[in-house]
Design a protein around this ligand. Structure first.
Ligand code: ASP
Ligand code: MG
Length: 603
């Protein structure tokens, strides 16, 4: 006999017939010998309707009242589902978040769960009843009993949190898609259902997967080792398992950790190769990393910064004992890159290496949607006088390459700043390897690129820039710092480029323009016509040639790569917006992710 938490989304309980169908499925699960706790969302688009009502009365409704309003949608569904279960002969009881004892922070409309009482639910389960819990809601305390909500899409989070608190065997998320797909099926016709994915991969695919699964739900599943499955409400198909390695038991107090960072990682076995002033045209990255791969050298970080004039810098790291060979490969391709052009020596491509470097990384799902985390990392390092040589970011990580001698200090000061008690973990030990190199491909068309030119090259500059953006509540996605320094009016300078949501681009530009003379940098350039394509897969760790295959696929379509950034399990490229879909399709095909079955999803 298993204890199962099942969650049904809004479409799955959208009509009376559908609620009855859900009741049948729940009843079948009980009859198979299981105890079941059901979490439901509001019916159909109820929550959207409630939001609309509120905004008709006030342009910025009071958040406490907003929670009072929005939480009613789920209360309708739990009562109706309980009735349907009872009508089908299955004893059941509905409970609100307050009745269960779901205690959250007081941040109305985006509260995090602090703790869940399980006594009452257990009592009902022992009596053979199905417990039907309202998703998306809790209360701020047992003094005020003020209703809070977890943020839109939050009932996934309620379900996984309940599963963790009850120590359920697993949690099933029933939705209107068959599971998690290798790409958006509206853009890639032959996108395929994944049979499984790890929580870490799912988090890196946040921009693709968030519509299917709330990232905070994935975070809880990962932290508590709770197996999750995403399945269709309409079929008996197995869906996609979202797995994480078994974890040490972890206290249930502060269930959704309020901290944005939950680990500081490091890797001292890396060395850096930078190729400076390579021509900005399709095929350069494909050629370089193709050669590197054919030498069986495994590349970790790759960054390519925006071009200045018409050349790029590409920098990457390899394990230290591969440095000599990687350097040789880089030197060997230079003649081919400049063949047929006469270039003056100071503009010619060049290779620069650095052996004594270390990579320090902050990791945590809590940084999604929270501006200021990267800035805090940069300022923490700056305050310790540590210079940042390379920056690379993904959804749930920020990595900085620093001088090797600074590594221990960097770890210590970052652990302190982010209140991480475990003192630094080897990056390699933090990743659960899988056999699949590339799990899925994501496309984000809603970003813009901002480049800040000629930033004085001294500690603290990146911190200032990203603090400024954070203070305007602007979340930054990819951040890339150029390799090359340029002397401007006697000062060594570097460029930093990053991506933000398109709707934040103008705000970012204005904020940066306003602070320009204060902080002291050159031009600020915004380009909204970009697309970001990413591949994600834990199996790419230690497997040479994965990034090369992605670059090659782009090259074959003559797509120019404007920026590259990587984390251990992800490679992202920025390309021109009008080439985004083509890039997605080409990469999906290059990794042979296509399935034979057409997957239907509603728009
Ligand atoms: N009903 C809430 C919403 O629409 C919560 C959820 O469905 O997960 O955002
Ligand atoms: Mg949802």
């Amino acid at each position: 006999m298993a204890l199962i938490v099942q969650k049904y989304g809004g479409t799955s309980v959208g009509t009376v017939e559908r609620i009855q169908a859900v009741a049948q499925r729940v009843k079948k699960t009980v009859e198979a010998g299981n105890c079941v706790v059901v979490v439901v969302s509001a019916m159909g688009k109820t929550t959207d309707g409630l939001v609309k009502l509120a905004t008709e009365i006030s342009p910025s409704p009071n958040r406490r009242e907003m929670d009072m309003l929005l939480s009613t949608g789920e209360q309708v569904s739990i009562a109706l589902l309980s009735m349907a279960l009872q009508e089908a002969g299955q004893p059941a009881i509905s409970l609100t978040g307050a009745q269960v004892g779901i205690i959250t922070e007081s941040h109305h409309t985006r509260a995090r769960i602090l703790k869940i009482e399980t006594d009452r639910m257990e009592r009902h389960l022992q009596r053979g009843e199905v417990v039907v819990v309202a998703g998306f809601q809790g209360v701020n305390s047992t003094e005020d009993w003020d209703i809070t909500t977890l943020g839109r899409g939050g009932s996934d989070t309620s379900a996984v949190a309940l599963a963790a608190a009850l120590k359920a065997d697993f949690c099933e998320i029933y939705t209107d898609v068959p599971g998690i797909l290798t790409a958006d099926p509206r853009l890639v016709e032959d996108a395929q259902l994944m049979s499984e994915i790890t929580c870490d991969e799912m988090l890196e695919l946040a921009s693709l997967g968030a519509k299917v699964l709330h990232p905070r739900a994935v975070e809880i599943a990962r932290n508590y080792g709770m197996p999750l499955v995403v399945r269709s409400s309409w079929t008996d198909d197995p869906g996609t398992w979202v797995r994480s390695p078994k974890r040490q038991p972890r206290p249930l107090e502060g269930l959704e950790i309020a901290r944005p960072v939950d680990a500081v990682e490091f890797d001292t076995d890396q060395a850096k190769v930078a190729l400076l002033r390579v021509p900005d045209h399709p095929g350069v990255a494909a050629r370089l990393f193709g050669e590197i791969a054919s030498q069986k050298l495994d590349v970790d970080l790759i960054i390519q910064s925006i071009h200045e004039g018409n050349s790029n810098d590409i920098a990457f790291t390899v394990v230290k004992n591969s440095l000599t060979r990687a350097e040789a490969v880089a030197n060997a391709i230079i003649p081919a890159l400049t063949a047929g052009h006469s270039i003056s020596p100071e503009l010619a491509p060049d290779v620069m290496i650095q052996q004594k470097i270390a990579k320090v990384t902050i990791a945590g799902a809590g940084m999604i949607g929270r501006p200021g985390v990267a800035a805090q990392m940069f300022s923490t390092l700056a305050d310790a006088g540590i210079n940042i040589q390379m920056i690379s970011t993904s959804e749930v990580k920020v990595s900085c390459v620093v001088d090797e001698v600074d590594c221990d200090r960097a770890i210590a000061t970052l652990c302190e700043a982010f209140e991480v008690s475990q003192s630094g973990m080897k990056t390699q030990d933090a990743i659960a390897p899988t056999a699949v190199a590339v799990r899925g491909v994501a496309l984000d068309l809603k970003q813009a690129r901002v480049a800040v030119r000629h930033i004085p090259d001294r500690p603290g500059m990146a911190a200032k820039i990203f603090q400024l953006l954070a203070s305007h509540n602007i979340s930054v996605d990819m951040i890339i710092q150029s390799q090359r320094c340029r002397m401007i009016d006697g000062v060594m300078t570097r460029d930093i480029a990053f991506t933000v949501a398109q709707m934040d681009a103008e705000g970012a530009r204005q904020a940066l323009e306003a602070a320009r003379s204060d902080i002291g940098y050159g031009e600020v350039v915004v380009d909204s016509a970009i697309a970001k394509v990413s591949i994600v897969g834990s199996g790419m760790v230690g497997q040479p040639g994965i990034a090369a295959r992605m670059f090659e696929a782009l090259f074959k379509k003559e797509i120019n790569i404007q920026m590259i950034a990587t984390s251990e399990i992800k490679v992202s490229c920025v390309v021109a917006e009008d080439q985004g879909v083509m890039a997605l399709q080409a990469i999906h095909a290059a990794f042979e992710l296509a399935g034979t079955q057409r997957i239907q999803v509603s728009a």
